[in-house]
Write a protein that binds this ligand. Structure first.
Ligand code: HAS
Ligand code: CU
Length: 541
């Protein structure tokens, strides 16, 4: 099959993703420097908040959304072995998202949208920021529709065969994202934009935060699912073995999509607007959603063990040494799992209602999400890029050893950056501050940790440059006429003969989500309309 149209589409998306990424890395380093206060010349809360808002939007919305769309298109084309359905529409979605990004970038870079990536109202940005973000999301809905259409068309054409696991995961993510983005879309359309345009004078911050919480938790699984997809469909083969279980993988993706959604109030434990009973309900759901990650950890490690033993590994741990550590995909998964131990542990601390009081709004939280997102998740984005880039450009990777150095330095840099961040949180440093204007024994105790973070950031910037350099050199290097490699999906240990329909379709789960969302968000949202709550005037911009 000639997949050149799909390859071009994927490359376009991935270049936008990684351009946003590299820019945001430099901003991150500036931010740790500014916040440390070591270089007085850099001190500027205005520039700091413009930078940290841009950094968050680029990493959390642009890198992720474009990467997920590009990777999804490639998975659909290669796993279903069909051309992209309506590729014109796909390009239209791409340009819409890109135009939205450019539109939001203007107020961000000029300090007119210094509202952080969570843009909690009543802090207000220029209207172009909200409209730009909306266009980015609408462009991504185009991707969702194309993925779901391809999923169901393929199912109809192949009624007896299970949908390939990679496509099942991608379609589940498309369904998840449609549900996820509704919360923030409502907030932006009915609150942020009317406020920014002066159509309304006040907004209810409690309602805004509730709607944002709808989006804030599942969005992290939207980011995570491509990483888990690589865990299941690429890693076992690259390690030289088999996937421990195809069915367990499907269960994990379903659980992530279903239970990732109705639990956002773990971001609002310390907020006054919701009652503790609802928070408790969301808290219980949060512990349930840790389950698919534990299942994933188990399945991936079991798959690695199969590979290690097939390669001659003996004894309880001997199989770890025989794994191909020089394969970027295998090295990445090992480093990703190591970061997941503490990153996930931090998540469980956050999710514990009482312990949340200790860490909420402290530096611990950015420590948590840099480790689990920028660490575990993004290192798998690198692994995927290293794996598919040669297939996309039909040239071998420019340098495997450079890729290995890059992955190790990302892991080391992220560990040096995030360990002090967690400690600073426990030492009481608030998050979202640009400087401390007073010196006490407490704030002086923060200094050594900030120094370590600056160093960690430098290592990360260097690593990010190596990544982009390697991809560019691969793509723009000399033409290779006899390049033959093609994508390889992992085979399950026991062949899949037939999976039950509930593990091969999403309709049932879509219905379950609708019910769970009605239960967990119905009254908490409606209460703002039948109780007398107060609006707040905007401030900021
Ligand atoms: Fe989180 C805040 C709870 C996962 C991202 N999280 C955030 C924010 C972001 C984020 C961006 O309950 C900040 C939002 C903001 O700006 O306000 N999070 C959790 C929980 C999990 C979790 C329970 N988060 C993620 C993932 C993210 C992410 C994934 C991005 C990709 N998070 C919270 C809470 C808050 C929060 C509260 C609000 C805090 C506050 O107060 O503001 C779970 O999904 C985690 C489950 C993971 C585990 C780990 C299992 C470990 C395994 C590794 C095994 C490996 C081995 C090594 C043994 C339970 C599977 C093998 C080695 C070899 C060599 C083979
Ligand atoms: Cu969350």
């Amino acid at each position: 099959m000639d997949d050149s149209a799909a390859r071009k589409l994927t490359l376009g998306h991935l270049w936008v993703a990684f351009s946003a990424f590299i820019l945001a890395c430099f901003m991150g380093e500036y931010q740790v420097l500014e916040r440390s206060g070591f270089i007085p010349l850099l001190d500027s809360p205005t520039v700091y908040f413009a930078s940290v808002s841009t950094h968050g939007v680029l990493m959390g919305f642009v890198l992720t959304t474009f990467f997920i769309m590009g990777f999804g298109y490639y998975i659909a084309a290669t796993s279903l072995k069909t051309p992209i359905w309506n590729i014109k529409l796909a390009w239209y979605g791409f340009w819409l998202s890109l135009a939205g990004t450019a539109m939001a970038a203007v107020p961000l870079l000029t300090g007119n949208a210094s509202v952080l990536y969570t843009f909690y109202l009543p802090v207000q940005a220029h209207v172009a920021f909200y409209i730009g973000a909306t266009l980015l999301v609408i462009g991504s809905w185009v991707w969702c529709v194309i993925m779901l259409v391809m999923f169901s068309q393929w199912k109809k054409a192949n009624p007896k065969t299970p949908v390939p696991l990679a496509m099942f995961a991608t379609a589940a993510n498309a369904m998840l994202w449609l549900w996820t983005s509704i919360g923030v879309a409502l907030e932006v359309l009915f609150q942020a934009i009317p406020l920014a345009l002066g159509w309304i004078d006040t907004v209810d911050p409690g309602l805004a935060r509730t709607l944002f919480a709808w989006t804030l938790h599942p969005i992290v699984y939207f980011w995570l699912i491509p990483a888990y997809t690589a865990f299941y469909v690429f890693v076992p083969k690259q390690a030289g073995g088999y996937l421990f279980s195809d069915e367990i993988a499907r269960v994990a993706f379903i659980l992530l999509a279903v239970f990732g959604l109705p639990i956002g109030f773990h971001h609002l434990y310390m907020d006054p607007q919701q009652a503790s009973g609802w928070k408790f309900l969301h808290g219980v759901g949060t512990f349930i959603v840790a389950l698919p990650t534990l299942v994933t950890g188990f399945t991936v490690i079991a798959s690695l063990e199969i590979a290690g033993r097939l390669r001659g590994g003996k004894g309880l741990f001997g199989w770890i040494g025989t794994l191909p550590w020089t394969n970027p995909m295998v090295l990445s998964v090992i480093l990703a799992l190591l970061m997941l131990i503490l990153g996930g542990f931090g998540g469980v601390v956050n999710a514990s209602y009482a312990m949340n009081a200790m860490i909420h709004n402290t530096a611990w939280v950015p420590g948590h999400f840099h480790l689990i997102f920028a660490g575990t998740t993004v290192i798998m984005y690198f692994a995927i890029a290293y794996y598919i880039w040669p297939l996309l450009v039909k040239k071998p990777l420019f340098s495997n050893s450079m890729a290995l150095i890059q992955l190790w330095t990302w892991f080391i840099g992220m560990s040096i950056l995030t360990t002090p961040w967690h400690v600073l949180g426990l030492l009481g440093q608030p998050r979202r501050i640009s400087s401390v204007v007073y010196n006490t024994l407490l704030t002086l105790a923060w200094k050594p940790y900030e120094l370590a973070m600056i160093f960690g950031g430098f290592v990360l910037v260097g690593s990010a440059c190596l990544f982009v350099y390697n991809l560019a050199k691969t793509q723009f290097g000399p033409v290779v006429s006899d390049y033959q490699d093609s994508i390889e999906f992992a085979e399950p240990y026991k062949p899949v003969v037939g999976v039950p329909e509930y593990l091969n379709d999403l309709k049932l789960w879509n219905g379950v989500i609708a019910v769970l969302m009605a239960i967990s968000f119905g009254v908490p949202i409606l209460q703002f309309f039948f109780m007398e709550t107060f609006g707040s005037p905007a401030w900021g911009y």
